[in-house]
Ligand binder design. Structure first.
Ligand SMILES: [Zn+2]
Length: 433
């Protein structure tokens, strides 16, 4: 090992130790999931290999497992395991190497975080990843993931599994089942893992090096082209505002079910939203909102749920900012006014709160309005206070500085102040803290 390599290796170990220490003694580096949902039985069976780094002092790790039944936990590091309060507690051996791998098999009939629609032969996941996959919910413990989604042989030939990351392989087994292998190389929080399975119409275009895929069972390929016609322009807009290129090789959007959820390189949009866009092509707020999360949320992530506004206020504000870019200032101001009205209603009902929450347990609908709409309105007020040039310079500085990291309001304030040479303490005291 050369001196330079030794220094690099030393720095790498220091970084690993720091990350593990911040995350409670261990840090997940990578998941390799194989999952086989049974849509008709509303069940899943899965196996996951988890690569993690560990502090010298750590003797036990806890993963999240919802109501899944864990059958096997094996690996050189494992002494014993038990399930308790929706967690999988694993006792580890002494004197482990820095990096270790464990193999877990599980099955279950989850009722949260995954929506089975047997009548349509569809299933998709939303948000609560540990309900269908043993993982670590901790938002600061970001990891990469390879996901093999195995599709039932009863589905038709057009069946497809869309998941987070990029599709790298599609393989048919002798038993007729098909395995779709998706890989997410950038480390992202576990809530951005997910997949959808069904028999979809599919539209695909290439924008520079990025493949843009859209899927839906309810719309034709031509309709999908119309519904998602602004996707490439949105990517370019967010790249220009952040100074950070879109990270995946593909961006995959699906109209399915009854939810909106951003995942890594992948967005789920409510199926009926497609019809709304077909009626009014300027109605693209949720397409751009979910895409904005590819920067603010998935990669610039609130460090705890009490700072959730840094994910949601940004995505909500940015959908108005995209509308300004695409359709003009009037459309932007119309959106901002709608956000302000939601906020004022909450305020008039006596439910105004700071954007930073002490905790985010059982948030009410007015708490959500604060985080999404007051938050977006406050970003607009900051833009008014700083002026366009300084505001966007600050947003770019903040986004570049913290891309791939976790953030809080103080770091956001500091980044905006650094870029604009402005004291924002009075503004943050009034509107944020
Ligand atoms: Zn959102």
């Amino acid at each position: 090992m050369s001196q330079f390599t030794k220094i690099l290796f030393f720095l790498f170990c220091v970084v690993c130790n720091q990350v593990a220490a911040q995350n409670g003694g261990f840090d997940v580096l990578n998941y390799h999931l194989k999952i086989e949902p049974d849509i008709q039985a509303k069940s899943v069976k899965g196996e996951v290999d988890i690569l993690f780094s560990v502090d010298d002092a750590t003797q036990q790790i806890a993963l999240d497992c919802g109501s899944l039944s864990v059958e096997v936990v094996e690996g050189n590091s494992v002494v014993a395991f038990q399930q308790k309060d929706h967690q999988l507690i694993i006792q580890l051996k002494d004197k482990l190497p820095k990096e270790n791998s464990i193999h877990i098999t599980y099955q279950g009939n989850p009722t949260r975080g995954i929506h089975f629609m047997p009548e349509k032969n569809q299933v998709y996941t939303v948000f609560s990843t540990s309900e269908w996959m043993v993982c670590r919910n901790l938002i600061t413990d970001k990891a990469s993931i390879a996901m093999d989604v195995i599709v039932d042989e009863n589905l038709q030939a057009v069946a497809h599994a869309v998941a987070c990351g990029d599709l790298v392989e599609q393989k048919k087994f002798d038993n007729g089942k098909v395995c779709f292998s998706w890989v997410q190389n950038n480390s992202v929080p576990a809530y951005t893992f997910g997949f959808a399975i069904g028999e979809f119409n599919h539209s695909t275009i290439k924008h520079k090096e990025t493949v843009l895929n859209c899927y839906s069972a309810a719309h034709t390929k031509a309709q999908l082209d119309t519904i998602f016609q602004y996707t490439a322009d949105m990517i370019e807009f967010f790249e220009s505002k952040t100074g950070v290129a879109y990270q995946n090789k593909s961006y995959n959007q699906i109209l399915i079910g009854n939810h909106y959820q951003e995942m890594a390189g992948f967005s789920v949009l409510k199926e009926t939203y497609g019809a709304m866009i077909l009626k009014d092509s300027t109605e693209t707020n949720l397409v751009s909102h979910e895409m904005a999360h590819q920067w603010w949320g998935n990669n610039i992530t609130c460090e705890r749920w009490g700072e959730f506004w840094l994910n949601e206020a940004f995505a909500t504000f940015m959908s108005a900012a995209y509308n300004e870019h695409r359709f003009g200032k009037e459309k932007y101001l119309k959106d901002i006014n709608a956000y302000r009205e939601v906020y004022e209603k909450v305020k008039n009902e006596g439910n105004d709160k700071a954007l930073v929450f002490k905790n985010w347990n059982n948030p009410s609908s007015s708490d959500r309005s604060i985080v999404y709409f007051k938050g977006a309105y406050v970003l607009h007020l900051m833009r008014e206070e700083l002026g366009d040039v300084a505001f966007w310079k600050g947003v770019k500085h903040y986004s570049k500085k913290y891309f791939g990291n976790s953030v809080n309001a103080a770091l956001f304030q500091q980044a905006m102040e650094e870029a604009t040479d402005t004291d924002l303490q009075p503004f943050f005291d009034k509107w944020v803290y």
